[in-house]
Design a protein around this ligand. Sequence first.
Ligand SMILES: [Zn+2]
Length: 92
Amino acid sequence: MKREIPICHHCGEANGVKKHGIAKSGHQRYYCALCKKTFQTNYIYKGKEQNIAAQVERLLTDELTPEQISNEIRVRLSTVEQHIKHLARMSN
Ligand SMILES: [Zn+2]
């Protein structure tokens, strides 16, 4: 039940979003047919820290490694590790 397609960074809809190749930086790019713009997942997740935290927490519960979580939600490993540290602090 893995959800690979993110919501559009521009209009917030997932309906028109399709994969659109890989950027030079190595990030997956997406194209939104609704607003006819492209975006990258790394970019979209910035500013959605709460969302990342919730996903990291959920995947940790599923016993995924930080590397697997990084792949799963398409954020940098360092970002995942930051959230894990944060979660550890909160549970202490
Ligand atoms: Zn859009």
